[in-house]
Design a protein around this ligand. Structure first.
Ligand code: ATP
Ligand code: MG
Length: 487
C-alpha cells in the first residue's frame, strides 16, 4: 500500500517589532536571505531588504496598516517568486502576478525568481532581426532590433507612451508577446492605455502588469522585475517578447522612498547609491538567447522622464548609459507640430542599421544628414530669399522629409507603406508635388499598390529587399499612379 508522506516544510516564525510607512522591523528570523518572501499574520506579503543579527527590515507589499506590532510572520527559505505561464497573455496582473481584471485565477504550473540573474554572455547571440515600430522616423533612421533596449526619454506630455503603444500595436499578428508594465501612474492613465490596446485588438496578445501610485512603494519597486520575469518565461520558450516600462522615473522614486525609510544614506538627488544597480540589473535581462537555448528574444522599451529637457539628470543619464540607444522627445518640436517629436540629432541606436530590414536599409542612406542639414539651415536663416540654389534645394527636400516624418499616434504604418513613401522620396518625385497632392499620395499609395499591382507588394514583403527588377516595377506603378491622378 502506498503511503503519502507529506514533504517537510521548514518555516521560521518571527515577531513584528515595529511597523511604520510600509517598513516592518521584525525579530526571530535568524536565517533570512536578502530578497526573501515573508508572510504576515494579516495575510500580506513582504520582502526582506536588510538584516543584522537581531533585527530584520522588511518592506511590505500591500496595505501596511493591517500589520499589528507583536503579530507573527513566517518566512520560507526561498527567494521571492511569481507564477508564470502561457495563460497570462490577455490578462492584467499586479506586481505579484495575481490577476486584478476580475476574470478569475490564471492557471500556471511554473514560477520564476523575481530577481533572477540575466543570461550570461555565452548564452547570448548578437541581435540582428528587426523589431518594426511602424513609426517612420524610427524604422528609417533609428531602427530597433529584437533583443535591444531602447530608452524613450523626454519631458511630460511629449508622446512617450504613444511611441511605446504604437510599437505594441504594430506587433499585431507578428507573434510577439507584448508586456506593458505600468508603474506609479494613475488608474485613469492606465485605463486609457488598456482601452487603446483593446480598441486596436492587441490586448489579447499582451499582458499588463501594474502598480499604481496608490499602491505601496514596494509594489511599485518590484513591478518591472515581475514584468521581466513574465517575459523571460516566453523568451526561454524561444518566443519574441517586447516589454514597455512606463515609467522608470517613478520606479526610482519608489526605491528612493524605501531606502530613505530604511535610513540608508542618501546620495545625489537623495537617491541611494545603488539606484544605478537596480536599473542595470533590470536592463541586463533583455537580449537574444543563442539558438541552442531556443533563440528567444526580449526587447525593452523603458520610458524615463526629464525635467525641462535635461538629459543630464541623474536617473535619465544612468539609463542612457545602460541601454542600447535612446529616442529623445523634444517639447519644442512637439509644440511646433512635429509629432512624434523625436529629436533626430540626439536620438541614436547603438546597434545601428544591422537590425534594419534590407529593403529599408537601401532607402535610408543620407536621410538623417538631409534632415539635420535642413534644420541647421532653417536655424541660420530667417528670410528664405536670396538663398543659393543648393540651400533652396536642401530646404525643399527637408520640408518634404519633415512632412513624411510627421505621423499620427496609434497609426503605425506597414513596411510596404514605408518603402513606397521613401522610395518616392529617394527618386525625388515628392518635391515637385503641391501639398494637397503630396498628402493624397501619402494616403492613397498603399491602397493603389494593393489594388493595382498586388504582386509588387507581395514581392517586396517576401524578398524583404529591393532588387533592380522590383524597383523598376515600383517605378512603373508610381508612373501609373501619377498619370491616374492627373486625369
Ligand atoms: P505623460 O507625461 O502624461 O506620461 P506622455 O509623454 O506619455 O505623457 P502621451 O500620453 O503619449 O505622452 O501623449 C501626450 C499627448 O500627445 C496625448 O494627448 C497624445 O494623444 C498626443 N500625441 C502623442 N503623440 C502624438 C502624435 N504622433 N500625433 C498627435 N498627437 C500625439
Ligand atoms: Mg505617459
Amino acid at each position: 500500500m502506498d503511503v503519502n508522506v507529506p514533504t517537510l516544510e521548514l518555516n521560521e516564525i518571527g515577531k513584528v517589532k515595529e511597523s511604520a510607512h510600509g517598513i516592518v522591523k521584525a525579530e526571530g528570523l535568524p536565517s533570512c536571505l536578502y530578497g526573501q518572501l515573508v508572510e504576515f499574520e494579516a495575510g500580506l506579503k513582504g520582502i526582506v531588504l536588510e538584516f543584522n543579527p537581531d533585527e530584520v527590515s522588511i518592506v511590505v507589499l500591500g496595505d501596511y496598516r493591517k500589520i499589528k506590532v507583536g503579530s507573527s510572520l513566517t518566512s520560507k527559505k526561498e527567494l521571492i517568486t511569481i507564477p508564470v505561464g502561457d495563460k497570462f497573455v490577455g490578462r492584467i496582473v499586479d506586481c505579484l502576478g495575481q490577476p486584478i481584471d476580475g476574470k478569475g485565477e490564471i492557471p500556471s504550473f511554473n514560477s520564476r525568481l523575481v530577481f533572477s540573474q540575466a543570461p550570461g554572455v555565452m548564452d547570448r547571440e548578437p541581435i540582428y532581426s528587426p523589431l518594426l515600430t511602424g513609426i517612420k522616423i524610427l524604422d528609417m533612421v533609428i531602427p530597433i532590433g529584437k533583443g535591444q533596449r531602447e530608452l524613450i526619454i523626454g519631458d511630460r506630455q511629449t508622446g512617450r507612451t504613444s511611441i511605446a503603444l504604437d510599437t505594441i500595436i504594430n506587433q499585431k499578428d507578428k507573434d510577439v508577446v507584448c508586456i506593458y508594465c505600468f508603474i506609479g501612474g494613475t488608474f485613469s492613465d492606465f485605463e486609457k492605455t488598456i482601452h487603446k490596446l483593446k480598441e486596436k485588438d492587441m490586448f489579447s496578445s499582451s499582458i499588463a502588469v501594474c502598480a499604481f501610485a496608490s499602491n505601496s512603494s514596494a509594489e511599485q519597486f518590484i513591478c518591472p522585475y515581475t514584468a521581466a520575469c513574465l517575459g523571460e518565461h516566453f523568451m526561454h520558450k524561444g518566443k519574441d517578447v517586447l516589454v514597455v516600462f512606463d515609467d522608470l522615473t517613478k520606479h526610482a522614486w519608489a526605491y528612493r522612498q524605501i531606502s530613505l525609510l530604511l535610513k540608508r544614506s542618501p546620495g545625489r538627488e537623495a537617491y541611494p547609491a545603488d539606484v544605478f544597480y537596480i536599473h542595470s540589473q533590470l536592463m541586463e535581462r533583455a537580449g537574444k538567447l543563442k539558438s541552442e537555448l531556443g533563440g528567444g528574444t526580449m526587447s525593452f522599451l523603458p520610458i524615463v522622464e526629464t525635467l525641462q529637457g535635461d538629459i543630464t539628470g541623474y536617473i535619465p543619464s544612468n539609463l542612457v548609459s545602460m541601454t542600447d540607444g535612446q529616442i529623445y522627445l523634444n517639447t519644442t518640436l512637439f509644440h511646433e507640430g512635429f509629432k512624434p517629436a523625436i529629436d533626430i540629432g540626439l536620438s541614436v541606436s547603438r546597434i545601428g542599421d544591422r537590425v534594419q530590414p534590407p529593403v529599408l536599409r537601401k532607402l535610408n542612406r543620407g536621410l538623417r544628414l538631409d534632415y539635420l542639414q535642413y534644420r541647421e539651415i532653417l536655424r541660420l536663416i530667417k528670410l528664405k530669399t536670396g538663398l543659393s540654389p543648393e540651400a533652396q534645394e536642401i530646404i525643399k527636400r527637408g520640408q518634404v522629409l519633415e512632412d513624411l516624418f510627421i505621423q499620427d499616434n496609434y497609426n503605425p504604418l506597414s513596411l510596404v507603406e514605408e518603402v513606397a513613401l521613401f522610395y518616392a522620396f529617394r527618386k525625388k518625385i515628392l518635391e515637385v508635388l503641391t501639398p494637397d497632392v503630396l498628402s493624397r499620395f501619402k494616403l492613397e499609395i498603399v491602397e493603389f499598390l494593393n489594388f493595382n499591382c498586388p504582386d509588387v507588394v507581395t514581392n517586396i514583403i517576401e524578398a524583404n529587399d529591393l532588387s533592380d527588377e522590383m524597383a523598376a516595377e515600383l517605378d512603373k506603378a508610381l508612373v501609373t499612379y501619377f498619370r491616374s491622378t492627373r486625369r
